[in-house]
Design a protein. Sequence first.
Length: 228
Amino acid sequence: MTKKRRLSTQLFALCSICLVAVILLGHFSEASAAVYRQGSSGQTVRTIQQKLKNWGYYDGSVDGIFGSQTTAAVKYFQRKNGLTVDGIVGPATLKALGMPSSSSSSGASSGRDNDLYLLARMISAEARGEPYTGQVAVGAVILNRVKHPSFPNTISGVIYQPGAFSALNDGQFDQPIADSARRAAQDALNGWDPTGGAIYYYNPAKTTNSWIWSRPVIATIGNHVFAR
């Protein structure tokens, strides 16, 4: 075999290897991308359902189970947003929903888990025994404070702000977290705000703070009044 022909053979083999590598990488990327479809379940499905519900595409239960109603809602969302209408939540639909794929979400997961834990603990301490909507509302107030310039800009900062919550001083914060409070915390983090933007809440039967009564009332849920 001539030197020129041997070089051509080597180049052909190298190109073949590169082509195979590209194909395998593509298959790996597709396999590792987050995809949710009918039959899927879990927290991400709950988030998908809650977003679709908040935006008026879904009227079923936010239960983390990807059933026929969720599939229909996803198709409706896809149709309205110029996506492939297949009822499957893949990378493109996740992006349209404002949700990261699994490859980009892992780095922030621990921070979100810590926020969820703190929020659930405070909801349980402050609103255990309240209607479920009222528990979500307490979580929403904490999140609204995070966004408000008058309060710390993190969940932990808001919760541990001196004098902000009596539950930190009366032992309630150290009690076991109610299961409903965990769900309420997730719903609040997913964007559900039953208060309509409140940054304060109080129990009229218990508060001794005269200043809080001067705040404009937005809603009353259970035993709590929610105000701006």
